[in-house]
Design a protein around this ligand. Sequence first.
Ligand SMILES: [Zn+2]
Length: 145
Amino acid sequence: MMRKEEIDNIVVGLVESASSRDLGDILSELNIALYRIDGNRPLLRGSHACYIESPKRDTIYLSRDCPEEMRSFVIAHEIGHAVLHDIEISHYGISKFGDKEEEEADYFALRLLDPSWDLSEVEGYSSDQVATMLGVSERCTKYLV
Ligand SMILES: [Zn+2]
C-alpha cells in the first residue's frame, strides 16, 4: 500500500521550506543540480531523464528530447525518487524498482505540481488519452479522478 499521507506531508514540508512550488526553487532547496543533455547520451539509456545520487551533488539529467509538455512532470517524478527512495540511480520510465516506487514517485510529482487542470475537460477519455493530453504518466491518471 502506498504511503499517500506520508508523501502528502513530505511535499507540504518541502514546499514550505523552499517557500515555493517552483521546481527550480525545490531543486535548490534539495541541492539537486539539473542539466539538459542530448537524448543520445548513454547515461539516459533512451529515457527522458536520469537521476544520479552523487557524493558531490545529486543531479537530474533531462533529455533535450523530452517533450516540452512533459518536462515538469518528469523532473518532479525524479525529485520524488530522490526524496522518497534510497537509490543511486533511476531512469524515467525504466522500472528498475517495484511498481510501488514508481507509483510513489508519480504521486509525489502530482502533489508537488499541484495541477490546476480542469479535469472535466478530460472526462470520458481513456487513461492513455488523458496522460497524453496532460503530459503525465498514464499510471498516475488514476489519482486525478
Ligand atoms: Zn521512476
